[in-house]
Design a protein around this ligand. Structure first.
Ligand code: EPZ
Length: 432
């Protein structure tokens, strides 16, 4: 088992380069399955979710060539199966994008679904099913396998989502790219990775307009051809380092980002007394004075991202006064506060709101990550705390953060990864 050991209390200084966006990569890799020819994908993050998905495509018959550490060529021209029911599929949530991709390409899909959920709460796919059904697919879910069948190909339709869903928007966009006729998605999600997927598909020959607004129009085309594409920087990885500097104090240049995508995070950090200066492709984050309390509600983009909620809740533990954080996207995303309590925090959760009383400092403790962003939050807590923290469950963190130890060490943090061979290694399941 790997653990991270952190000696906290050091401010962070220096530069950090942000990797390609995980949530764009996990949509673009399945999208490559619909392309007839070689896709060169650049700026891929070196994270375990990406390697899991690439292995799934390989098992299906894709040929994958590593060009360099951030670039690969994927050729799925010879894939002949509409089935992706491997055990690996159950490890990551994003494997459900293979439903849209396989339906688009073959008119049918058999896909194993992710199992348990680490936030707690339900993670339904009713909006995905609603969309595919409107496009003429018969969808059933049996023994953890989603089967979707059409008479030949998906047909364009108008789909109104009852909830704003990133996953359903992406899945329907995938299927619709090769459908017969035009699809309109209403009440679509607007996250930067949705625009990135649309740009990827368009650069391979698709006809998608309106991505980034709540109405997307997809005119189906007969085929997608190979090409080049570079993935956008990771908004949440950047936000996590911004929150870390805000928590520890110091001054860090967050490089290779799209500052516009960070506005929703920067605005709240500024309210908390953090100085943030935007440049063309970097932001400088500086915190010298004590943090000020604030009130936050997570919402779909361009609202404050739910995937930054654990990190911001953690640093609010150290702000002057009482803050509130309301989770507007997921039912139960506050499990990590039990770990923060071991470090001396004062947080009370009532339904979807955490009431956080600021304290002067956190104290290092043995703590355990239960999912990816909770893990990132606990690393931040360890960096801010007095004394030593030992974090278990780091396999979750490595699903979505490339070289976190190296990046933080370069900023002056005292953080090490320890491999302890005797304890059994739990397979990460779901989320992301
Ligand atoms: C994506 O998950 C992200 N994952 C999540 O990031 C992120 O938290 C989430 O979007 C919200 O931004 C990936 O992109 C791989 P949703 P997704 O469908 O698509 C409800 C991370 O840490 N809903 O937008 O699964 C659902 O219950 C991960 O990187 C339905 O009711 O999320 C939730 O309350 C964790 N029916 C809300 O919508 C559906 O059919 C948003 O879910 C689908 C969703």
């Amino acid at each position: 088992m790997t653990k991270y050991v952190i000696n906290g209390g050091r401010p962070l200084y220096g530069d950090v380069e942000i990797s390609g966006a995980k949530n764009a990569a996990v949509a673009i890799i399945p999208a490559a399955l619909m392309v007839d020819g070689v896709c060169r994908i650049e700026n891929l993050p070196g994270i375990s979710d990406v390697s899991t998905l690439l292995n799934i495509l390989k098992e299906m018959g894709a040929s994958i060539r590593v060009v360099n550490k951030r670039t690969i060529d994927i050729d799925c021209s010879h894939i002949g199966t509409s089935s992706a029911t491997f055990e690996k599929m159950r490890r990551i949530r994003a494997s459900y994008y293979l439903i849209g991709a396989l339906l688009g390409r073959f008119g049918r899909a058999d896909v194993a679904m992710p199992g348990g959920c680490n936030f707690g709460g339900v993670r339904p796919i009713d909006q995905h099913v609603k969309g595919f059904s409107a496009m003429g697919a018969k969808v059933s879910v049996r023994n953890g396998v989603v089967q979707a069948v059409t008479g030949g190909t998906l047909r364009g339709a108008t789909i109104y989502f009852d909830v704003v869903s990133v996953g359903a928007t992406i899945n329907i966009m995938l299927g619709a790219a090769l459908a017969e006729g035009t699809t309109y998605i209403e009440n679509a999600a607007r996250e930067p990775h949705i625009v990135d997927l649309a740009n990827f598909l368009n650069s391979m020959g698709a006809d998608i307009r309106g991505a980034g607004t709540n109405e997307i129009k997809i005119r189906g085309v007969r085929r997608l051809r190979g090409g080049f594409y570079s993935i956008i920087p990771d908004q949440i990885e950047a936000g996590t380092y911004m929150a870390a500097v805000a928590g520890t104090g110091g001054r860090v240049v967050i490089k290779d980002v799209i500052p516009k995508h960070l506005d929703c995070i920067s605005r709240k950090l500024r309210e908390m007394g953090v100085t943030i200066t935007d440049f063309e492709d970097s932001v400088v984050v500086e915190r010298t004075d004590p943090l000020i309390r604030t009130h936050i509600k997570t919402m779909p983009y361009p609202g404050f991202p739910t995937d930054m909620q654990p990190q911001i809740s953690t640093i609010l533990c150290l702000a002057n006064g009482t803050s509130t954080v309301t989770e507007g996207v997921w039912d139960n995303r506050f499990k990590f506060v039990d770990e923060l309590a071991k470090m001396g925090s004062s947080i009370r959760v009532t339904e979807r709101t955490a009431i956080i009383e600021g304290i002067p400092c956190l104290t290092g403790a043995p703590i355990k990550a239960g999912d990816l962003r909770a893990g990132a939050a606990l690393v931040i807590a360890g960096l801010c705390a007095r004394g030593e923290s030992v974090i278990e469950g780091v396999n979750y963190i490595e699903r979505g953060y490339e070289k976190m130890i190296e990046k933080l060490t370069a900023l002056g943090a005292d953080i090490k990864s320890l491999d302890l061979p005797d304890e059994p290694k739990a397979e990460p399941r779901e989320i992301g």
